[in-house]
Design a protein around this ligand. Structure first.
Ligand code: SF4
Length: 156
């Protein structure tokens, strides 16, 4: 567990619990996404292992409850990871499209997406390894791919 994680972990309850009462807290998710997507170009998945509030929660809390079993092999297969990506991002776009431009509702969309994926990460992390979700998380996949692009540019 890292000091940075001990600080960042608090953002998770603020967003997934506080956000149910104050939907604009969902914009914290948007801000974090913008930050880590830029960061990933230079540092790959640094965000995942040091700063992500959910990753921190999984390391600090869920690791104590996890059965610590192997992650299903399909989770590591590229097409499966992309399938989860398309399904979740498609669902997010669909929901954003249905907000009618209401900024409060838009904030609530990000809060609930974060809540839904956190619940999935708790179920997966308890049944298998505590970081099982991070193998298929669309944001992790995106950072991995952007990081590889950044590396190639750096070498080229
Ligand atoms: S894979 Fe997703 S949930 Fe896991 S640490 Fe990275 S961004 Fe957070």
């Amino acid at each position: 567990m890292k000091k940075s994680q001990l600080i960042m972990v608090w953002l998770l309850p603020i967003i997934v619990i506080g956000g149910l009462f104050i939907p604009i807290l969902g914009y914290l998710v948007v801000a974090m996404m913008a930050f880590f997507l830029i960061l990933s170009f230079f540092k790959g998945r640094y965000w995942c292992w040091n700063l992500c509030p959910r990753g921190s929660f999984l390391d600090i809390v869920l690791s104590k409850m996890s059965r610590n079993k192997s992650v299903p092999r399909i989770f590591t297969v590229q097409w499966f990871r992309w399938l989860i990506f398309v399904l979740l991002i498609g669902f997010l776009i669909f929901r954003v499209g249905n907000t009618g431009g209401n900024l409060i509702v838009l904030g609530a969309v990000f809060v609930t997406m974060c809540l839904i994926t956190t619940i999935i990460s708790i179920v997966l992390g308890t049944a298998t390894k505590h970081r099982a979700w991070c193998v298929v998380c669309p944001m992790g996949l995106l950072q991995e791919k952007i990081g590889k692009t950044g590396n190639k540019k750096g070498k080229g």
